[in-house]
Design a protein. Structure first.
Length: 307
């Protein structure tokens, strides 16, 4: 039956009209793939990420497992372009996995196409559940960006790219309080790929089992809900936010992306929305290994400031 009558849930959010089974279905991305079975899609995604990372580490100058904090899981990998320059643009990538799986060590999808064009790519690890809570993950992502800004103050811009749960973590940086960190990162763009921006529906799915997220946790960590009431305006009007979703992502993923884009526009952000043709939730990110892929090209055009 629909979840609308449950305690602590009010208002007209469309997801509340879904039954628990429908909600589970909508927020299970592997159920929506069209070219392969769910298990095969997950295996392929993992294999491509693993191979891309091996290739990046074999062919690019890199600094691996760099500590951005004191925690064991607070590490990042930095991949440099040819002719290393600290003045290059930096693109930080945050992996997906519903805040409970995934690793920087299998997530270097975009390294080769971006470093070929003079962009330094940083792949960031964070403590996934059950070790890490959402509040901790958001704090870790914040500190990873502060670390890059302090290490490379001459950067030509910091761009954040996240997939799925990683898109959520990147989106939370739109609302970050940088003053307590003593540095304001030179943020120039966000690439949010098949993300979740209102976490409340997740509370009612099996994905929440390792997260142990309450409705209060979800509210506090939902960029959609925070932006709706935020009085802050974009620090830099030129900072571009690309919200993208795969054509074959579920209707709920589509709704979340469109609503987040609309909220950004209403808040004065320089935002754009793209549905990536014929891509599912996993293909949309693993194709970033290809330089001629439409999303790779959008990201490069934004970073290289080409029309």
């Amino acid at each position: 039956r629909p979840l609308a009558g449950r305690g602590g849930m009010e208002g007209p959010a469309p997801w509340k009209r879904l039954s628990k089974e429908e909600l589970e279905d909508q927020y299970s991305p592997s159920r929506w793939v069209i070219r392969r079975g769910a298990e095969e899609a997950l295996r392929t995604y993992s294999h491509i990420g693993d191979e891309a990372t091996k290739k990046a580490r074999a062919t690019r100058k890199s600094l691996l497992h760099v500590s951005y904090g004191d925690g064991e899981g607070e590490k990042l990998d930095i991949y440099f372009p040819e002719g290393v320059s600290e003045a290059s643009p930096f693109c930080l990538f945050f992996h997906g996995g519903y805040w409970q799986s995934g690793s920087k060590d299998t997530s270097a999808f975009m390294v080769n196409p971006l470093t070929e064009q003079g962009v330094t790519v940083v792949v960031v690890a964070y403590d996934i559940a059950p070790k890490g809570t959402l509040d901790q993950m958001v704090d870790q992502v914040t500190r990873s960006i502060v670390f890059v800004q302090k290490q490379y103050p001459c950067n030509e811009g910091i761009y954040l790219c996240g997939h799925s749960a990683g898109a959520h973590l990147a989106a939370m940086m739109l609302l970050a309080n940088w003053t307590k960190h003593g540095v304001t990162p030179n943020l120039k763009g966000f690439f949010l790929v098949s993300g979740i921006y209102d976490l409340k529906p997740i509370v009612y799915t099996s994905q929440n089992a390792p997260l142990l997220m309450t409705l209060e946790d979800a509210q506090r960590n939902s960029p959609q809900l925070l932006l709706e009431v935020a009085l802050t305006r974009p620090l830099d009007p030129a900072c571009h936010v690309l919200v993208s979703v795969g054509q074959h992502d579920s209707p709920e993923f589509h709704r979340q992306s469109k609503e987040f884009y609309q909220t950004l526009r209403q808040g004065g952000w320089n935002a754009s929305f793209e549905e990536i043709h014929d891509m599912d939730h996993f293909e949309i990110i693993w194709n970033l290994t290809q330089k001629d892929y439409v999303l790779t090209q959008m990201i490069l055009r934004t970073i290289l400031q080409e029309p």
